[in-house]
Design a protein around this ligand. Structure first.
Ligand SMILES: CC(C)(COP(=O)(O)OP(=O)(O)OC[C@H]1O[C@@H](n2cnc3c(N)ncnc32)[C@H](O)[C@@H]1OP(=O)(O)O)[C@@H](O)C(=O)NCCC(=O)NCCS
Length: 153
């Protein structure tokens, strides 16, 4: 079996990245009337490619085709001098699942953190997301913190 290559997203990936990003958003119910607007998608894409932005993207390429993505953000942390890494998105295509691609994408983020002197990665998942938790329980610890969110009107 060919091994996937994990690499930073680049300009030529745009059409495939867009379809992975749409599939990931559909997984969270953001599709049809609730799909992200074209303006948001375009802005996110430009940020991913902009070296001045703290936003990064890795993709997994298998046999010349993108089969997974991950987006992550570096930010300040008030209890340490080094930045912290927040993994906002992780997605692999249905056909590629269970073959270690998700784990490899996370490992790719860890490599970038190491190079940057960043010592921790955190992320959220829904408590009912068993496939994701199956992976996360193998590579990290459950902090038991609960996430609250308030919309600002
Ligand atoms: C979560 C997701 C990224 C996992 O990707 P993946 O490529 O299938 O993951 P991997 O193949 O690297 O799996 C790594 C480990 O997780 C475990 N795992 C994977 N799928 C699982 C499942 N359905 N149930 C339980 N454990 C699972 C595997 O057993 C594997 O462990 P092992 O290598 O020790 O056997 C993928 O299922 C996905 O994109 N889901 C939809 C979007 C999503 O939920 N994203 C995460 C949002 S927080």
């Amino acid at each position: 079996m060919t091994e996937p290559v994990i690499r930073q997203v680049e300009q030529a990936d745009k059409p495939e990245w867009q379809s992975l990003w749409a599939a990931y958003n559909a997984f969270y119910g953001r599709e049809g009337d609730t799909a992200l607007s074209g303006e948001i998608v375009e802005t996110i894409w430009l940020r991913l490619l902009d070296e001045a932005e703290p936003v990064y993207g890795l993709v997994a390429e298998l046999d010349g085709k993108l089969v997974g993505l991950s987006h992550f953000i570096f930010h300040r942390n008030m209890i340490q001098i080094a930045e912290t890494c927040y993994m906002q998105d992780l997605f692999t295509t249905g056909e590629a699942r269970g073959r270690g691609v998700g784990r490899m994408l996370m490992s790719g983020i860890a490599d970038i953190c190491r190079e940057r002197g960043v010592r921790d990665i955190y992320w959220h998942t829904h408590e009912s997301n068993q496939p994701a938790r199956g992976l996360y329980d193998r590579v990290a610890k459950d902090t038991k913190f609960t996430v609250y969110r308030k919309d600002i009107d």
